[in-house]
Write a new protein. Structure first.
Length: 285
C-alpha cells in the first residue's frame, strides 16, 4: 500500500545528490555449486526465461529484499548493504541502506532510509548538508545511472526491468538458494533495449543509464525459481571515472547484487509531506 503524501517538487540542486556517493564498491560472492547439466536448456529457452523474469516478478505481489553494492575505490574495497520490502504491483518499496565510513568520509556508518517510487527516489538521513529528519527527493531519470546504484542499491524493480533487454543468455545449472532450487542464467543485457522494452514507468531511468554508463552492455547472473520469479540477480556495471577521482581516470566497475525472498509480506510506503522535503543545495560527496 502506498500512502501518497508528498509532492513531486523539491528537486532543486539535487541532481548531484548521490552521483558520487555510491561509486565506492566491487566484487560479490555468489551461490556455490552447480546442479543440473547446463546442456538441458537451449540458448533460446534461456533467453526467454530471463526476459520473462521481470513479468513473473511483477505478478508475484510483494517480497523482502537484500542488496549489496561493492566497489574498489582508491585501493579500498567498500560494501554498501541494504534490506527492505517491495510491492511489485505498485512498483514501490522501502530500503534501509548502510553506508560505511569509507563511502561517506565519516568515522561511523550512516543509515539511510530510501523510498523507491516510479520515477523518484526519496532519501532520509542522507547527510551532505541535509538537515536531520529531512528528506531529499531525486528524479531518477536525471541521474547519470538512472539510480541503478547511485542510492547504494539496485532496487528489485529496476533489476528485473533490466532483464527485458537481455541480449545473450546461457543456462548454468540448478542451485539451492534460500532453501529452494533455482535456475542459474548468465549473459548480457543491452541497456538501450531494456529502456525500450521496460514497463513505461521505468523507461526514463533506464534510458538515462544507457547514456550515462561506460558500456552499453552489462553482464549479469540471474537466478529464477520454478515459478519463473527472479530470486537473485548480480550485475557488473562500468562507470567513467571523473578527473582527479581516486584510482585515476578510466572506468570504475561496480558489482550489484539483489536478492528476493519472503514473498507475500505486507508492504506500506508512506511518502513524506512537502514540508519535510529539503529543497536546498546538497554538498558534493
Amino acid at each position: 500500500m502506498v500512502v501518497q503524501r508528498g509532492s513531486k517538487g523539491g528537486t532543486a540542486a539535487v541532481g548531484a545528490v548521490c552521483a558520487g556517493a555510491v561509486l565506492v564498491v566491487l566484487a560479490t560472492a555468489g551461490c556455490s555449486g552447480r546442479g543440473a547439466a547446463a546442456a538441458d536448456v537451449s540458448a533460446a529457452e534461456a533467453l526467454a526465461a530471463v526476459r520473462e523474469a521481470a513479468g513473473a516478478l511483477a505478478g508475484s505481489g510483494t517480497s523482502r529484499t537484500r542488496t549489496a553494492v561493492e566497489m574498489t575505490n582508491g585501493g579500498t574495497r567498500v560494501t554498501i548493504r541494504g534490506t527492505g520490502v517491495f510491492d511489485y504491483g505498485r512498483r514501490t518499496g522501502r530500503l534501509r541502506v548502510v553506508l560505511p565510513g569509507e563511502a561517506t568520509g565519516e568515522s561511523g556508518r550512516r543509515r539511510v532510509v530510501e523510498l523507491v517510487t516510479p520515477g523518484a527516489l526519496y532519501m532520509r538521513n542522507r547527510g551532505a548538508g541535509v538537515p536531520d529528519g529531512k528528506w531529499v527527493r531525486v528524479d531518477t531519470a536525471t541521474l547519470p545511472d538512472g539510480n541503478l546504484v547511485t542510492g547504494g542499491a539496485t532496487d528489485p524493480i529496476s533489476a528485473a526491468e533490466l532483464l527485458r533487454g537481455v541480449r545473450s543468455a546461457s543456462f548454468r545449472g540448478e542451485e539451492r538458494l534460500h532453501g529452494e532450487t533455482v535456475r542459474h542464467y548468465r549473459g548480457t543485457v543491452d541497456l538501450a533495449a531494456a529502456a525500450r522494452e521496460a514497463e513505461p514507468r521505468s523507461r526514463g531511468q533506464l534510458a538515462a543509464a544507457a547514456k550515462g554508463l561506460s558500456n552499453r552492455t552489462v553482464a549479469f547472473d540471474a537466478y529464477a525459481d520454478e515459478r519463473g520469479r527472479l530470486r537473485k540477480v548480480r550485475y557488473r556495471f562500468s562507470f567513467p571515472r571523473a578527473a582527479g577521482a581516486p584510482g585515476g581516470e578510466g572506468e570504475a566497475t561496480v558489482v550489484s547484487t539483489t536478492s528476493l525472498y519472503g514473498f507475500g509480506v505486507p508492504v506500506e510506503v508512506e511518502l513524506p509531506e512537502p514540508e519535510d522535503i529539503y529543497t536546498g543545495r546538497i554538498a558534493a560527496p
